[in-house]
Design a binder for this molecule. Structure first.
Ligand code: GLU
Length: 448
């Protein structure tokens, strides 16, 4: 109790007070990770490296990012003023292939967050055995405060600033938090204008009309479903009678909600940035998606028997399956004890801190880690990339079948290793991803 109170106070005065603070080392460490995802990503490497007995040099190599670029993005606003935004692109590893990873537009994006997200992309691509590395980008902006023209200018100038950093054989961006196919189209066009020819393979998640792939928009949601279904088969759990809670109602949360709802599942709570809605008997997801698509916040929806629930409280609702599908650092040492579900399926990247992982494991909650659960997006991005290179496009049935094959086979490998090593699904996923990458590093050697 006292520790929690101190923690809350320290959050306000962090980081100056952190070093001197009168709290235990574990609380200090957890606070550092909550405020800095890069620290969390490095801590995860340490944990797995120890379990695997990983060579120290490889560990050192994995904990640093290959390249980081910080760019300044001046934009003429519609009212005639000039605003300067800051943007980032980070390549963590290109050992197994070109960098791959989304671009997010959000008000609190910073370099360390982008570094952590790039690291997680490396593991994700390696776990699925895709011939790709890990990268990520971001712009520190609240896109809701921009007009469409301002958003286009911001996207084009950001692309221009990182133009020498990206490319179909270097680093291939994609959508992430608050970015979408239209934004990918502007990136593709800006890059193509600089090169003097159409280069669809520079970015994935594009509209279908300009080289995008069918099934890409719903891919992360589909992937979450395939992995959840594979887990349910393993543990003999019937999906339909389960109570499901979803934090986040964007591309990831909205799509998995839709897929599960269409399969007849009961979703008892969902949330967006404004907060969420809870109904014991289940929510009407079709109505809520329509409401969202008309640019409304969930908190303003009036449904019979629907109750408002905050983004914090939604995580601790009693349910069977909890799907955090918003942003990182949602399940921490502060609330992990109050999480009340059987399965956590990580739709977001990095929603659970290592400290929370320990608590959840003791409570017997199965956590399906982000790098496995939400890997459907990058998997279909890979399909889009190879379709662009070959100028030959697949049908939706093929996309979904190949997606299912890759994810179910990755799930089987992870599940079997977790049983063999008596480790969590997260540790097992990391072991597979890291050993594949470590092998590639050994084979290539360190230049010069
Ligand atoms: N942003 C997504 C992720 O975090 C997709 C990345 C991609 O398709 O490259 O996995």
């Amino acid at each position: 109790m006292l520790e929690n109170k101190k923690k809350e106070q320290m959050k306000i005065i962090y980081p100056e007070a952190l070093v001197a603070a009168d709290v235990s080392v574990t609380v200090k460490e957890e606070l550092l990770m909550e405020t800095n995802p890069f620290e969390m990503a490095k801590k995860q490497i340490d944990i797995v490296a120890e379990k695997m007995g990983l060579n120290n040099n490889i560990k050192k190599f994995l904990k640093r990012v290959e390249r980081s670029l910080i760019v300044s993005i001046p934009i003429k606003m519609n009212d005639g003023t000039l605003k300067i935004f800051e943007g980032y692109r980070v390549q963590h590893s290109t050992v197994r292939g070109p960098g791959k990873g989304g671009i997010r537009f959000a008000p609190n994006v910073n370099l360390d967050e982008v570094k952590a997200l790039a690291i997680w992309m490396t593991w994700k691509c390696s776990l699925l055995n895709l011939p790709l590395g890990g990268a990520k980008g971001g712009v520190c902006v609240d896109p809701r405060k921009l007009s469409k023209e301002e958003l286009e200018r911001l996207t084009r100038r950001y692309t221009s600033e990182i133009i020498n950093f990206i490319g179909p054989d270097k680093d291939i961006p994609a959508p992430d938090v608050n970015t979408n196919p239209q934004i990918m189209a502007w990136i593709m066009d800006t890059y193509s204008m600089h090169k003097g020819r159409a280069v669809p393979g520079v970015v994935t998640g594009k509209p279908i009309e300009i080289g995008g792939s069918v099934g890409r928009e719903s891919a992360t949601g589909m992937g979450l479903f395939f992995v959840l279904e594979a887990l349910c088969n393993k543990i003999n759990l019937d999906l339909n009678p389960q109570d499901i809670v979803i934090q986040g109602f964007g591309n990831v949360g909205g799509n998995i909600a839709k897929i599960l709802y269409e399969k007849g599942c009961k979703i008892i709570a969902v949330s967006d940035i404004s907060g969420g809605l809870y109904a014991k008997g289940g929510l009407n997801i079709d109505q809520l998606l329509k409401w969202r698509d008309e640019s409304n916040y969930l908190k303003d929806f009036q449904g019979k028997g629907y109750k408002f629930v905050s983004n914090e409280d939604i995580l601790t609702l009693k349910c069977d399956i909890l799907i955090p599908a918003a942003i990182e650092n949602q399940i921490t040492r502060s609330n992990a004890n109050r999480i009340n579900c059987k399965i956590i399926l990580e739709g977001a990247n990095g929603p659970t801190t290592p400290g929370a992982d320990n608590i959840l494991e003791k409570k017997g909650i199965i956590v399906v880690p982000d790098i496995l659960a939400n890997a459907g997006g990058v998997c279909v991005s890979y399909f889009e990339y190879i379709q662009d290179i070959h100028s030959y496009f697949w049908k939706l049935e093929r996309i979904n079948q190949e997606l299912k094959n890759i994810l179910v086979s990755a799930f089987e490998d992870v599940y079997n290793l977790s049983k063999e090593k008596n480790a969590s699904l997260r540790i097992a996923s990391y072991m597979i991803a890291i050993s594949r990458l470590a092998k590639a590093i050994e084979l290539r050697g360190i230049f010069p």
